[in-house]
Design a protein around this ligand. Structure first.
Ligand SMILES: [Zn+2]
Length: 64
């Protein structure tokens, strides 16, 4: 499955983004997830897929 961010490049260093595990913090909770990240400056980019995952996490938290 091709993710929409494939082929994206970091705005700053023009490095191609790679999928890495990123720590996402929401409401003081830290969840590991997979997302596009610049291998050079470690900037994390929020793709559509990552945005959906984050919304799922949000819903899980609100259910509790
Ligand atoms: Zn970069």
């Amino acid at each position: 499955m091709a993710e929409s961010w494939q082929g994206w490049r970091c705005f700053k260093c023009k490095e191609e983004l790679t999928e890495q595990s990123v720590q996402f913090s929401y409401l003081g909770l830290s969840r590991p997830t997979k997302g596009p990240r610049c291998p050079k400056c470690s900037a994390v980019f929020v793709s559509d897929e990552l945005g959906k995952k984050l919304r799922n996490i949000e819903e899980q938290i609100e259910d509790k």
